[in-house]
Design a protein around this ligand. Structure first.
Ligand SMILES: [Zn+2]
Length: 441
């Protein structure tokens, strides 16, 4: 193998935190000025909040500016068809829109200029390179191409120089046939699908470790890729390394991803400015604390996002990574605010339970959370499956899971241990919460 350079963009990826902040401030000023001058929505919102781009002298001044969220994007699109009034360029300059899946309502479009799209793909190439993709790799892109921003990510892999197979979202038998015939070394999917696909292969007599050539799996869309127990199990199933990615359709396909050290997801702070705030008060939280992630795009021109509240709960560190990159790292996505359950006053994320379930070797790893109501109180039941090798009394297992939940999240849920294969298997995005309350809180 030839000697390749270590970084995709050495200057950007390893600049000192001070230089990075200075660069961000310059880009942020340009973005705010563009928004104020060209977008009727931003002009009005800034005026109403009594701020304008001249008020930004330090990065910290950004918190004076108003936030937006998915509801705002949707409402502005309906009010000012078809692309809304957060747009900062004439439509002639827009070359691509991705459309979000619409799982939480009316789909919204994310527009790109030619340069936005070029930046997007250079950025995807940077992430792929940092996860170890090289020109000798064969990459099978198994994400949906239809309208979804993850589709064009394959172009980033071509920029790296990998041989790319544009598979898209196809039935698992066909995907496995591609894996057998063309022997790709890397693929990208969700954690639940990676699990499902590995088990499907085994059920067809294909050993993912010996019969296939997958060395790396990129995952996104669910917290699993950053839960060590889940990651290790998928890695063992495939004999491959798992790299977690984070994407937000309103900015880029992938916005952050793991480097070879897999100690959190590197953000590209020259493209996106990250704040973490208390979801209730909106106050900024210090490094290391869990809060809602708020993103500001720094280079996008078609529709810049200023202080976009993602609804994703994260924590981060700015400590320098062993790989030498200086950009901040997320400690994974702990969950979405929408998925958060409040049980006896405690915030519970399905990913916390997943960590407990996947750690226990006497369980299959599948789980479901069922929320019911008793005397106006929410009651959480964790349904798990015992492993096939286990017979007899499952009481001990239930108690182990309860004890571990108490330790990790501070509540003692009910635990129901079911026989293997009782719970529905997830394919793409897993639905693991069943809320049976009459009025979900
Ligand atoms: Zn790193």
């Amino acid at each position: 193998m030839p000697e390749y350079r270590k970084y995709w963009d050495p200057e950007l990826e390893t600049m000192s935190r001070e230089e990075l902040k200075e660069y961000q401030l310059k880009l942020l000023k340009e973005t705010l000025e563009l928004c104020y001058a060209k977008s009727p929505y931003y002009k009005r919102a800034f005026d109403e909040a009594g701020v304008n781009p001249a008020d930004l002298n330090r990065l910290e001044d950004l918190k004076k500016f108003p936030t937006i969220n998915k509801m705002v994007l949707r409402a502005r699109q309906q009010e000012v068809p078809e692309l809304g009034d957060l747009i900062c360029v004439p439509e002639e300059e827009i070359v691509y829109i991705s459309v979000s899946s619409g799982s939480t309502g009316v789909p919204t479009a994310s527009p790109f200029t030619y340069q936005d799209f070029e930046d997007f793909q250079d950025f995807q190439a940077r992430l792929f390179w940092s996860s170890g993709m090289r020109p000798a790799d064969r990459y099978c892109h198994a994400l949906n191409f239809t309208l979804f921003v993850g589709g064009p990510d394959v172009i980033g892999a071509q920029k790296v120089g990998a041989l790319c197979i544009w598979a898209g979202a196809i039935p698992s038998e066909r995907l496995l046939a591609i894996f057998q015939q063309w022997k790709p070394t890397i693929t990208w999917t969700t954690p639940s699908y990676a699990w499902y696909l590995g088990e499907t292969a085994k059920s067809q007599g294909i050993d993912p470790v010996k019969d296939l050539n997958i060395k790396k799996i990129f995952v996104a869309g669910e917290p699993g890729g950053s839960i060590p127990e889940t990651r290790e199990q998928i890695e063992a199933l495939w004999g491959a390394d798992l790299y977690d990615y984070y994407g937000l359709s309103d900015i880029f396909g992938a916005c952050a991803g793991m480097c070879e050290y897999k100690e959190g997801l590197h953000w590209a702070e020259d493209h996106i400015l990250v704040e973490v705030v208390d979801p209730d008060t909106g106050e900024e939280l210090p490094e290391g604390e869990r809060g809602e992630m708020v993103l500001t795009s720094l280079k996008k021109k078609a529709r810049p996002l200023v202080r976009f509240r993602t609804g994703d709960i994260v924590s981060y560190t700015t400590e320098q990574c062993a790989c030498g990159r200086t950009h901040m790292r997320l400690h994974g996505i702990h969950g979405r605010l929408d998925d958060m359950l409040i049980i006896k006053g405690v915030n519970v994320f399905p990913s916390d339970i997943e960590m407990v379930v996947r750690k226990n070797k006497d369980l299959t790893g599948e789980y479901r959370l069922v929320v019911t109501e008793e005397k106006h109180m929410a009651v959480l039941t964790v349904e798990v499956e015992h492993a096939p090798h286990l017979y007899g009394n499952t009481q001990r297992l239930a108690e182990e899971v309860q004890k571990e939940c108490m330790k990790i999240i501070g509540i003692r849920p009910r635990v129901k241990v079911l026989p293997p294969d009782s719970l529905p298997r997830a394919t793409h995005k897993a639905k693991r919460v069943l809320d049976r309350r009459s009025r979900p809180a």
